[in-house]
Write a protein that binds this ligand. Structure first.
Ligand code: NDP
Ligand code: 8X3
Length: 256
């Protein structure tokens, strides 16, 4: 069946940047595959996208750390939905903000398994759909933590450096198939990211965004949409984006 609209698959669409990407692409009449672990949020988002924007939505509930579930869920989508134009590899997280020597091995594993291995599991399946289709675009949400290493960032920064390297490697190997690869590297974006990083400690999480105007999830969705809608001969290799009061991982102006 020939498709009417373009299709984007977004991992981690139940919150923050992923949800904003879903909303922006739906506003622009794309059909959307949304994924995440929280079924209730997926249901709500699906209803919203279908009702407000009249686009088709496929919702897949799985944990990207679970290789078998990830492969099964993606392999089993109807053939029509495999004609994916854009994969936004967005699911990710930081866990803890402690000195290396004090940090928890369990936290390292969650970050490595989600940000690196989960991204790989999804990309392997979807890049093969794209090769079969003869087109596609993989957009990896990395971070300025993938460009610089800051204190008490060790493993999170390592996972995002890995995403940076993987984006480069994928771009080279998928070149012959006409598949574009972009990495987007945001500075501080106000989402549920810090609530997750500080394990539900709202006071610590809110402090991260005090005293300056951070980026918002919609700003990153805008970057993704920009990269996804360039003319076919153009590939945006990477975008590094911060709010006006942040120069890099180390220099941020905050009012007291
Ligand atoms: P949020 O916490 O708001 O959203 C994270 C999303 O990832 C959720 O939808 C969550 O869904 C999903 N997710 C997390 N773990 C898994 C998993 N194991 N399996 C499936 N889905 C998962 O954070 P952001 O929107 O800020 O983060 C999105 C991406 O942006 C991440 O990769 C993050 O590293 C990156 N980033 C964030 C920045 C920031 O300052 N906020 C800056 C730079 C990059 P669910 O819980 O339902 O599974
Ligand atoms: C999230 C932004 O600065 O906390 O990737 O690493 S930062």
């Amino acid at each position: 069946m020939a498709k009417e609209r373009k299709i984007i698959l977004i991992t981690g669409a139940t919150a923050g940047i992923g949800e904003a990407i879903a909303l922006l692409f739906a506003q622009n009449n794309w059909d959307i595959i949304i994924t995440g672990r929280r079924q209730e949020r997926l249901n709500k988002l699906q209803q919203r996208l279908e009702k407000e924007h009249g686009v088709a939505v496929l919702s897949l509930c799985f944990d990207v750390r679970d290789r078998e579930a990830t492969e099964l869920q993606l392999q089993e989508i109807p053939a029509h939905w495999k004609q994916i134009d854009v994969l936004a590899n967005n699911a990710g997280l930081a866990m803890g903000r402690d000195k290396f020597q004090d940090s928890l091995v369990d936290d390292w594993e969650v970050m490595l398994d989600t940000n690196v291995k989960g991204l790989l599991y999804v990309s392997k399946v979807v890049s093969n759909f794209m090769i079969e289709n003869g087109y596609g675009h993989i957009i990896n949400i990395s971070s300025i933590a993938g460009k610089q290493v800051y204190a008490m960032g060790h493993v999170y920064c390592a996972t995002k450096h890995a995403v940076d390297a993987l984006s480069k490697g994928m771009r080279i190997d998928l070149l012959a198939h006409g598949i574009r690869v972009t990495s987007i590297n945001p500075g501080a974006v106000e989402t549920e990211f810090s609530i997750v990083r500080y394990k539900g400690d709202l006071e610590k999480a809110n402090k991260v965004y005090e005293g300056f105007i951070p980026l918002y999830a919609a700003d990153i969705a805008d970057n993704v949409y920009y990269a996804a809608t360039r003319p076919p001969h153009v590939n945006i290799n990477e975008i590094i984006v911060t709010c006006l009061t942040q120069a890099d991982a180390f220099n941020k102006i905050k009012s007291s």
